[in-house]
Design a protein around this ligand. Sequence first.
Ligand SMILES: C[S@@+](CC[C@H](N)C(=O)[O-])C[C@H]1O[C@@H](n2cnc3c(N)ncnc32)[C@H](O)[C@@H]1O
Ligand code: SF4
Length: 375
Amino acid sequence: MAGIYIHIPFCRHKCSYCDFASFPDKIDYAEAYMACLYKELKMRGDELKDYVFDTVYFGGGTPSYIPPKLILGAMNQIKKCFTLSENPEITLELNPGTIGQAKVDTYKQAGINRFSIGLQTAIDEQLEDLGRIHNARDYVYATSLLKGENFSTDVMLGLKNQTKEDVRKTIELAVKCGSKHISMYALTVEDGTPIYTDYLNGELPDSDEVAELYDYGYALLKDYGYERYEVSNFAKDGFESKHNLNYWKRGEYIGVGLSASSFMRGKRFTNTFNLDEYMKCIISGFYPAVTSEDVKGWDAKFEYVMLALRTKYGVCMSEYKQAFGTTLAEDFPVALKKTVKYLQLDGDNLRIKDEYLYTQNSILIYFMEEPHENG
Ligand SMILES: C[S@@+](CC[C@H](N)C(=O)[O-])C[C@H]1O[C@@H](n2cnc3c(N)ncnc32)[C@H](O)[C@@H]1O
Ligand code: SF4
């Protein structure tokens, strides 16, 4: 299993919480940027002839903001430069304020078969406060264009003045509009983003309040038949994101475009976050990498455990042994002893008990602190 991630760094407006590589004022660069991206696809593809890719994911930024013919062009280039499996999952992130019938038609022509829509909240005042360019009605319109399509909805928790009732309205809107998958993310407040001021002023819910909103949302989603398969991700049976599951299985993926990360042949590497530098490097025929590291030995084992424990499947013990030649019990004896009450063994899989999954970070600390030699 391997995936392709494509980063589109343009947005109509910068949301107050957003720390992604996304620019609100550079849409004029879109054609030139995509020409570079097509070239990077060719460069990467030439080196990965021995791979078959099962998923493609257009993320951002706002992929639905740029002219849709550029997405079609990217898909044509991907098909030319990479080998895709027979039924690849091809996802595109979409902002409800940037969509119309003509765009949807072009996406379908390009082979996009899954959409991820950023709703965040169904409460218009909160959307405005976040600097979102859409309201709840725009979301309803966007989903009406996607009737019969497989789409997911992003929801955020921990917003200013957000109540359980607001979370209920948001989830119920997504359910009513036919979302087969819902991602529910707790707001991460990054220093340097405008929302950081609200945080400093104590205007955002604290972590206990966010945990309560999460528990409430989790129970509601369960009632509506969405199963939690990762701490922030819920899906109707069979609608889990294959692309993201591959990340959590520590599968390989190639990231193309500004700030895109990759994990191939045991190496993690990330492209530059600087748009000019990205374009200059690609035009000159170089990869614009800023970081690259070999993940080996104990680091690779910890990474495997950390990613797997976020999911309902947990660590598959036989796969672990096959990947590393050692067992989980041999590698993490101290952590396993200390966390035993949080864990559950289901056949061959060791996972975090449902009631503790939201607090997985505090459980993972024990695994991170496991005394180890280099192996
Ligand atoms: C790249 S955005 C999705 C597409 C599009 N840019 C949009 O916002 O509609 C991916 C998702 O990450 C989540 N997200 C972004 N910044 C976040 C933050 N600081 N904390 C929590 N979730 C965040 C949002 O739910 C967002 O929909
Ligand atoms: S639309 Fe999405 S990527 Fe763009 S600024 Fe808002 S959250 Fe960030």
